[in-house]
Design a protein around this ligand. Structure first.
Ligand code: GSH
Length: 217
């Protein structure tokens, strides 16, 4: 059976191409594993909650497992594909380390910044929080930039599931801020130029065939 990935049938323009099923689609494309999507109406909380306890996407099913949480799903795909994770214990540990780094060390400050810049944009409280959010993000970017150095990928020459998650997180950093660390900006450009990313992106965009849920303004 092909894997099935849940996706939303409508999101506002700013979120198109950025919904977290992108990570799963990208991983499946890199692994060369065929998949189908199940497009769920964005307002259908009952169906969404039946698949994912928080009413979010992605959820995932294959011939053996049912899962949610994009990072865990990418790990499942990587464990079944040498294209995303080496087989030896040391190599697997390095990839898993970078995967958690992307989702924890980098995505947490990014989520704080995105809350201010996007979801709560224009609200008075955000102005007091902005210096802290920006300095936290900049600190993490500069530390990651120092570690990446001139390497093409986090584990050296080869692209792994660690790069997949890291690049997917970093591409949501405001462009001007990311440009302050030119090696990271080039790294994101390199990873997202991969044919598998481009294929996943086109597929996500093509799946937005629905309408805004009732009450959306
Ligand atoms: N930690 C979850 C987060 C999933 C998540 O935030 N999904 C968003 C789209 S990117 C969503 O479904 N939002 C709809 C909602 O929260 O109502 C994961 O990585 O899978």
């Amino acid at each position: 059976m092909n894997a099935i990935v849940s996706a939303l049938d409508w999101v506002p323009d700013f979120a198109r191409g950025r919904v977290r099923d992108m990570r799963v689609r990208w991983a499946l494309e890199e692994a060369g594993q065929p998949y189908q999507t199940e497009s769920i109406p964005t307002g259908d909380r009952t169906t969404l909650r039946a698949k994912q306890p928080f009413g979010q996407v992605p959820a995932y099913v294959d011939d053996e497992v049912e899962m949610f949480e994009s990072g865990a799903i990418v790990l499942r795909i990587a464990e079944r594909s040498e294209a995303l994770m080496p087989r030896d214990a040391a190599g697997r540990a390095r990839v898993q380390t970078w995967m958690f780094c992307a989702l924890n060390t980098m995505e947490i400050p990014l989520a704080f910044l995105t809350e201010l810049n996007v979801f709560s944009a224009g609200q008075a409280w955000t102005e007091g929080a902005r210096p802290k959010a920006e300095s936290w993000m900049r600190q993490r970017l500069s530390e990651l930039s120092a570690r990446l150095g001139e390497n093409p990928h986090l584990d050296g020459d080869r692209f792994t599931a660690g790069d997949l998650l890291m690049a997917d997180v970093l591409r949501a950093v405001p462009e001007a801020m990311l440009a302050e660390t030119p090696n990271l900006a080039a790294y994101v450009a390199r990873c997202t130029a991969r044919p598998a990313f481009q294929k996943a992106l086109a597929a996500q965009l093509a799946d937005f065939t629905g309408s805004p849920p009732p009450g959306w303004s």
